[in-house]
Design a protein around this ligand. Structure first.
Ligand SMILES: Cc1cc2nc3c(=O)[nH]c(=O)nc-3n(C[C@H](O)[C@H](O)[C@H](O)COP(=O)(O)O)c2cc1C
Length: 349
């Protein structure tokens, strides 16, 4: 399904209100492909987003789900005290640091019942029985991977396609098991390296994600074997994205470094470096989604106040090159640039 689209550009799922039905519909109607982000959404809210997207486009689109991980029994008290101090500062109460499964099973049932044609998974591989049920209703199953080992696991459960995520990527790293001894939760492979290693490991079509912001980048990953390029940050500043104003202006000013942190959610994720990340990141335990719930009121209050220093400003390494355009216009520029890049490369070979 993804490989058959006329334009090999995918707008990444971006949870937390960024992936709107309008954004997904605009990219799909332009000939690309897009995913709604089911992460953090209730089953009802996801159903509503699917219906709205269907009312905006007759083209197919996908849904992305967070695979629940193991419940960590790490002591959260020291980190809770830090976040409580932040909560005082922003005039809110810290959230309850509970573990939950993000209504995973209910959302799996929903995408099956709704016959969503492409379902992608991150933070792990679904069970083989889930993949089998999705196949029974004709869905294509995508699993996001960061290493050849994860690619092997995804292939074993029957994935049709892999989304290979390089360490350049904005947002959460897709690592299956967050290794707390490593800042990135596992090996930090750059996208081209990851693509090469994954393709050597398994014989499945791959979509490439991480730091792609220009059409020449799209051409590069197609040349490296991908069937499509998945871009998140490049679409963050599109008109249709639900990105908050403070995040848009930080992206536009392009002044911050990006870094990988567990500070906000307990899982490694790449975002613009700010005060919260610098002060708390090194102390943050590997406890997802407990930290996500704990810090949620602080992030929310900071966002409302337009204060970028305690928001999770997820963005990939190339964020400063993101262009604030309508999504369809961005898609057509990416295609044009990719064609030019291919021509240029052809002249060199
Ligand atoms: C704000 C933001 C939110 C994201 N949320 C999700 C998500 O819900 N599910 C997912 O699989 N990936 C998510 N990602 C990661 C993307 O799928 C993709 O790997 C990444 O955007 C690629 O790197 P780029 O941002 O440099 O283009 C998110 C990325 C960003 C920037």
């Amino acid at each position: 399904m993804i490989a058959a689209r006329s334009i090999p550009v995918v707008v990444a799922p971006m949870a937390g209100g960024i992936s709107t039905p309008e954004l997904v519909a605009a990219v799909c109607s332009a000939g690309g492909f897009g995913f709604l982000a089911a992460g953090y959404l209730s089953e009802e809210a996801l159903a509503e987003q699917i219906a709205t997207t269907r009312s905006l486009t007759s083209e197919p689109f996908g849904v992305n789900l967070f695979v629940p991980g193991e419940r960590s029994d790490v002591d959260l008290e020291p980190y809770r005290r830090r976040v409580e101090a932040e909560a005082d500062r922003y005039g809110v109460a810290a959230g309850p640091p509970h573990w939950d499964d993000d209504q995973y099973q209910a959302k799996v049932e929903l995408v099956i019942a709704e016959r969503v044609p492409v379902v992608s998974f991150t933070f792990g591989a679904p069970e083989k029985s889930t993949v089998d049920r999705l196949h029974e209703v004709g869905a294509e199953v995508v699993v996001t991977v960061t290493t050849p080992r994860e690619a092997r696991v995804a292939a074993e459960v029957g994935a049709d396609l892999l989304c290979v995520q390089g360490m350049e990527a904005g947002g959460h790293r897709a690592v299956f098991d967050d290794d707390e001894r490593s800042a990135g939760g596992g090996p930090l492979y750059g996208l081209l390296a990851a693509l090469r290693m994954v393709q050597a490991e398994v014989d499945l079509p791959v979509v490439a994600a991480g730091g792609l912001v220009h059409g020449a980048d799209v051409a590069a990953v197609l040349a490296a074997g991908a069937v499509a390029a998945q871009l998140g940050t490049a679409f963050l500043v599109c008109d249709e994205a639900g990105t908050q104003p403070a995040q848009r202006s930080e992206i536009a000013s392009g002044q911050r470094e990006t870094g990988v942190t567990r500070a906000f959610s307990g899982r490694p994720a790449r975002g613009l470096v700010n005060r919260f990340m610098t002060e708390h990141g090194p102390e943050a335990p590997a406890a997802y989604p407990q930290l996500h719930h704990l810090t949620k009121p602080v992030r929310g209050a900071a966002g409302k106040a337009g204060d970028p220093e305690a928001m999770s400003l997820w963005a990939g390494q190339t964020y400063a090159q993101a262009r604030p355009l309508p999504a369809a216009e961005l898609v057509s520029r990416l295609v044009e640039e990719a064609r030019q890049a291919v021509e240029r490369a052809r002249g060199l070979l």
